[in-house]
Ligand binder design. Sequence first.
Ligand SMILES: Cc1ncc(COP(=O)(O)O)c(C=O)c1O
Length: 442
Amino acid sequence: MEKVSKKISSANLIERDQKVVTPAIYRYTDVAFERGEGLFLYDFEGRKYYDFVAGIATMSVGHNHPRVVSAITDQAGKLLHAAAHVGYMQPYVEILEKLISLAPAPLNHGKGVLVNSGSEAVETAVKLARAVSGRSMVLAFMDSFHGRSMGALSLTASSSGYRRHLSPLLNGVEHVPYPYCFQCPFGHKNHTREDCCGQWKKFIQMTLDKLVHPDDLAAIVVEPILGEGGYVVPPDDFLQTLREVCDRTGAYLIADEVQTGMGRTGKWYAVEHWNVTPDIIALGKAIGGGLPLGAAIARSELMDAWWPAAHGSTFGGNPLACRAGLESIAIIEEENLLDNATKVGNFIQARFKAAQKDMPIIGDVRGKGLMIGVELLNRQGEPLKVDQVKHIIKDLGSNGVVMTKCGQSTLRIAPALTITETVADEGLNIILQVLKDTWTRL
Ligand SMILES: Cc1ncc(COP(=O)(O)O)c(C=O)c1O
């Protein structure tokens, strides 16, 4: 008998969702997505939305790119899964070859392992650093986000809400301030990264002098640009300083490029902006081309010192996810999307900066490539409250633009790397109008 498919409405889906899905999953918009195509999402009534966050920086070549869909279909016809512990899979090898070849030297001769998510990738990196160094302590940063599984959460420090009632977490993790100059942890008001006070350096040294003996330090884990914590670009000497601390103490530098990686900032890896090579890089989000995939890559000596069966993951490196990722990388290369990310990213920043002159709600515009944060202020010049920003994001959703926030008071702009100036401009018109309307109510 022929199956009759019942057409559902957005309201109907949301109602059903609320009956079965935990409220622990917060929704930034009230939009129900039926399908996506390129730079746009569509709800069940066929309404079109400008997607300014691309599945939280995962859909780098846009929604349902025909080449990605056909790579997944092709792979589905050959092999869905067999598991890396059981034998060898071609897409697993090929995506690691690719990710490694794109990495800065000497990681471009490194080795890696595939997992299922960004959190798992970060935990993999920390496990590797601890296992190989035989040391236990890890330094991470306030405002950072490394995931929500218990190990990754031990590093995450962007909101105590994520940790509420969950302690004790992993032992041996200490946090030091990230140079978030616009909301300087050392009390300076509205600084930029160019006039950073540099106190964070003293804090790291003090931590090593008084709290964590350098001989015990296994790793420093850092986001080259803060993601969830507010899309904060650090001062130019930040990563270099961390590299020096690691070289001096023998600790490993772990770059969490889960959000910044795969071209988001206009380079394959964000660390390239500062010519710093970490020992280990954690990857996730966009590397799966829209399917779940994470990776940790490291210098060969480190990976080779990890003993057989020390790590693993049943679904890690699933062939469909690897093929989707490989196809996305090929498209980014062929269509010069790194250059596009830089070009359109600069265009978006320039429009916000021009609007800022007459719009005091726009406090700071920052970012690299298509990872752009717009921090919002109230009439007293203080950062907007989280709930006010959430309200703005809901308004944007009702007006046809999908995005999320990051940090307390920052709009997170992370569209697909395929975005054009024309589409960006249309979306920006809506965003700026919503910000103007918000200002009158503040
Ligand atoms: C920098 C960073 N690391 C790790 C994670 C965790 O990734 P996942 O949600 O895939 O576990 C995220 C997710 O937002 C992230 O932005």
